[in-house]
Design a protein. Sequence first.
Lengths: 111, 496
Amino acid sequence: MRIENHKVGAVTVVEPHGPVVQDDAEVFGSRLLATVRDSMGRLVVDVSGVPYVDSAGLEVLADAATQLQSTGQSLRLCGANETLRTVFDLTELGTKFDHYQDVNTAVRSFL
Amino acid sequence: MGPTSSPTTSADPTPARPAPNLRVVVAAALGLPVLALAFAGLVLWPSTAEAGFPGVTIIAAAALVLGAAAQAVLLRQVFRHLATLTLIGEAVEAHGQNEPDLPNLRVTALTNRTTRAWNQIVDELAAAHDQALSDQTQQALNAATLGTAERDGTLDALPHGVVIVDPEGSLHTVNGAACRMLMRSRERLTGAPLNKLTDHSDLLALVEKVLNRTDVRGGSVELVLSPGEEAEAVVRATVRPLGQNSAQHALIVFEDVTQQRTADRSRNLFVAQATHELRTPLTNIGLYLERVIDLKDEDTADRAECLNVINSEVLRLGRVVEEVLSVSEIEAGSLQVRRDDVRMEELIARLEEEYGPQAEKQKHTLTFDLPPKLPVVQGDRDKVALALHNLLGNAIKYTPAGGVIRVAVQEIEGAVEVAVTDSGIGIAEHDLAKVFEKFYRSEDQRARAVTGSGLGLALAREVIRLHGGDITAESILNEGSTFTLRLPVHAQAAAA
């Protein structure tokens, strides 16, 4: 999987490309937590390039969300496809994240 | 705690209690008549002795001894009671003088029924007292613990960092967001002196002033933190006095204002650049108008040229205004894409017409590479034209005089592809992804020399994406760039 980071204003957008599963989830998780730290929580995860996730991927997202919640913030996801949304709903993890339609809206939510 | 009172011990003393009195009564009842008898015997001694009753003498002597013994028993009982009462009296007096420790009131010097009963009373009292005290403490503790948990939970749920500094200048309370901003764990922060955590002198001075009450209002300062290697964060710290009159604490609230600052900067930059973009065509229009006014009637060729310039500048001005409006519409999410039939041939022809003279002026070679027939695309004519204008306009702007610009149009797999290739300054690789960001201007000095709002490409791509197409960029620094616009013929307009 390919993970791209870019900045929109002061917000870091993390763009994973490809399914977040197994070993990839671990790599993505450590990248995500490093970004959470470096950006002081000012980040958006653009999951529009993620077709599906497995339990490891979900765990990574939930971990990041928990960490952000402990500092009064939330994990902002954008561009989740139908599959991801269904998975979030079924696992009841959906409430742990903030969902946005696209990157711009998510970034603007920091203003 | 003290011994608990059982029902048997508390019920028993009632019948047992008269016992010592009985002994005193018996000793007195027996002793007194016997003594009286002995005295009577002694008084009668001479007469009885003479009468030859030695038995009386013996009886009197025996009665004397018995009476004395009975009196001794009586006295001993009385003294013992007296001692007990003295001890108890002392204890009661000590209690009266606020002796705090109830068990100290126990009488241990003597052991008899009375002292045992007294000790039992003291023990029961001490136990009841302890129980009441521990209940009270537990209740207070419960209330306090509940309050702390709720307070900490509330503080941690806040997105702003909250730090309470105690009168000694050490951190008393730190919430989760403050840990994130100070980049240390809560364990390391709590109790640590503030001046070890930050070397920001303004903040330290402000906190000190609040703590020693020279500043009763507080204030705020802005700090620049760098949580990551390249990351930078602007944090506003607001200091306020906190607490009762006894011990002055300072409350610091940290707010992350990086995004607001960045937005402000972009906005200011945009206003400056947009103003410039608007002013340039206006100035040209003004100049050429003056010239037209001064022209004599017969200078028809000159007049035509001036009017042409004015016309193209008006078009340019219109496009700038359109751009700004479109951006704000996109920002507000209200951009509507109409579905006209867009004749690509017409569009390209208009493009050629408008940019031909401009390219000629800068000695560029502008070529159009068109297939014999171009499709009619479904989309918003003005928006597609805007995007094409942007690409070609950029190519001309960012190519030094005498360059080669080529516009190649072809139809591939149900889409029209317009590739604009220039031989300009090119874009460095790290800039390439960013050229589509709003307000982004390259660090390249040559690019900076050209004016622009930093909106054009962002807008062009946004608009084409709304049509279901895309714009991609390829470039080699110093050699030139190719921007490719791909537009589906039957657009599934995303915004429709």
